[in-house]
Design a binder for this molecule. Sequence first.
Ligand code: PLP
Length: 416
Amino acid sequence: MEIFDSLESNVRSYIRSFPTVFDRAKGSIICDQNGDEYIDFLAGAGSLNYGHNNRIVSEALISYLQRDGIVHSLDKGTKAKENFLRDFSELILAPRGYDYKIQFTGPTGTNAVEAALKLARLVTGRENVIAFTNGYHGLTMGALATTGNAHYHRGLSGTRNGVTRMPFDGYLGEGVNTADYLEKVLDDSGSGVDLPAAILLETVQGEGGINVARDSWLQQIAAICEKREILLIVDDIQVGNGRTGQFFSFENAGIRPDIVCISKSIGSGLPMSILLLNPEVDQWQPGQHTGTFRGNNLGFVAASAILRAYWSDDMLTQDVLRKGAIIEEHLQDWAVEYPQLDLGVRGRGFVWGIEVPDNGLAGQVSRFSFENNLIIETCGSTGSVVKLLPPLTIEDDVLARGLQTLGNSFARVATM
Ligand SMILES: Cc1ncc(COP(=O)(O)O)c(C=O)c1O
């Protein structure tokens, strides 16, 4: 590890939780340079829903490169982009009755959020944006303003500009409907909260601790937006792309956001981000949100291959829901088995969290798991939630082995 310690910036992060040098990976298994194999329950923080080096993607990329397919194209028209637009429209948008326009932003999730915030302000002429407690939307200045966790704001100035924070669903306990509070604040000229350009939310807060919004809460927020001509932006960067079962995480709730942010797994591990825009919201001037890397053709090729392989029927959705139930059952069992840990289980589809309130124990679970060749991270403002985010395509036996290792880690912290 010496070269990383001596040459890489102090900002490095995941390498500290998983201190080894990785070299190869396939599906849900990642291998370090010593040949040790790890089961990957982190999956590139949700970027590898279809696994590492998915064969379908690798073959499409190799054949594209072998015929000298264009790799970089700014935002010029390319065959790869044309194919992606057609596939996304035919396989994702049309079957759901959506007529969204597709914007290619810079390839990071945070740039998609930047673009969404800018566009909402441009369209409405308003500055304020409502974001929620424990929301995570990226770390560039505009997006950072909407991200809750104090860790990312520490020592910086001007990072909260133009954003009002409201309590997410459940933040004030079960008996309090925070959407009622939001509505009251918006309709009260004495509240000190300006009518916002947009309300920005995750339906399941990924980094913020696997906090799941109820469908009824999402529906109420959508109604609040519609009544006051506020744009609803859903950040589906982590829990879209099939993570909750359906392609979009908001499908169950039956809401229709004005803007949807998509990134991470859309390019199957290659950098790529898009915004979906209601046509009337697409009020950009040409080139007004531009960027050199908005034409990652390898991302388009990977995305098309994935869409065709996994989204022409509902088999993946069914499989995700089946395997998600297996995860939930294990987590609930551990909550019963280790009452002294006071574990809290939450999640949906294939994104699950298990809160270990006792300070630092979630981190111990992650460390013990890594010692036993399972990669799993913590989330939440104090890192108290162990987060399960395996590839959606994980084989049943690998999932079972990973859960066995995780269960052993919980057994170990229960006796500490
Ligand atoms: C919901 C959500 N939005 C935005 C981002 C930022 O994406 P990126 O790290 O690619 O900038 C993330 C990253 O974890 C995320 O989970």
